[in-house]
Design a protein around this ligand. Sequence first.
Ligand SMILES: Cc1ncc(COP(=O)(O)O)c(C=O)c1O
Length: 444
Amino acid sequence: MDHTPKSNSPVLENFWMPFTANRQFKAAPRLLASADGMYYTDVDGNKVLDGTAGLWCCNAGHGRKKITQAVERQLSTLDFAPTFQMGHPIAFDFATKLAAISPGGPSAGLDRVFYTGSGSESVDTALKIAIAYQRAIGQGTRSRVIGREKGYHGVGFGGISVGGLVNNRRVFPQIPADHMRHTLDLDRNAFSKGLPAYGVELAEDLERLVQLHGAETIAAVIVEPMSGSAGVILPPKGYLERIRAIADKYGIVVIFDEVITGFGRLGTPFATDYFGVIPDLVTTAKGLTNGTIPMGAVFASRKVYDSLMAGPENAIELFHGYTYSGHPVACAAGIATLEIYKEEGLLTRAGELSSEWETALHSLKGLPHVVDIRNLGLVGAIELAPRNGAPGARAYDVFVDCFNKGLLVRVTGDIIALSPPLIVEKEQIGTIVSVIADALSRAA
Ligand SMILES: Cc1ncc(COP(=O)(O)O)c(C=O)c1O
């Protein structure tokens, strides 16, 4: 299959592409024109199997008519309405439906929903809520936030401050933050199936940071329960429980960033459910609307919400919000998305496929350059040894090779990350693995 665009290629100069080597891409673009089910079609009519749910977001696959129709209906009924000192029913309806599946179930009480426009906005919103909450309960000296090395929490100033990826941080100023060590440990955990056995002690870093900075300066700790963007890094067994316990001991708010794990990725509605560890705030986006209309949501516990509902009733409780918080069209897309998830059992389907997925991925062990394989739910990573003097180049070549053979994968450094739509069929899992195996056998 030749994917070099021959036709329908637009002028490429003007769009400054995000997280992209613009000049390299524009010299040899990969342009997708349409999508349906598990497949994209590129501008030249070639089909590309979606191994990444777009960008970890199209959990119900592509071209879902129910969402299209809901969006069409909403656009022609109420295209936009403000949510500052105003409201519209669908924003409340969607929040009620989200509350019904909220992370951790009813006993967790994470059923107060703050809308945003993206994952990055959800993260900055959650950090601000945590700091505002601490102040509301008389802990106004707590403004530092703790993240983790290799964490990815989007690109807002809050998110890059708690994030742990050097290229996203080095150029920009940051809010007061510090970082625990990451949990990737190839020496002890390479080729683990599911959660790695070693590394629970890394959670003690939170205690060390408390000793370093003083608990009275720390508002919150934020972690991805399973870190996706940095190359699928899993929490060692018992790690999240330990983070929760230390945070409780020192009055630190726990934020789970579930922008990737939310909405079924691990085989439960949220990673919070999968691990049975209950945070105080949960950030989401992506799968919230099946990637169709940009939207994020922060689930806040009643404890946090109620603490901020103090003061005079005519006073705004949180000076924060976006023009598009609760956008009616995004809410319509979100409600239709939740219906599809429910009708098709997609919030638990990853659990049904995960052992097949695990076996298929681990069959790549022993192929050239493969130094680790990681999996959880319907997420996978294949880590390659870097080529001498050219980190990232080998995995990038595999990515291009796979695309040319009709499979979309994602690369971060020398890691190939996989997160197919939750509608993936077993046969397609086989295709994903065999295309990657072929590409690896060709990789220099
Ligand atoms: C865990 C996590 N948080 C936040 C974000 C940022 O989301 P967005 O790109 O929608 O701003 C991402 C995006 O991949 C993410 O994986």
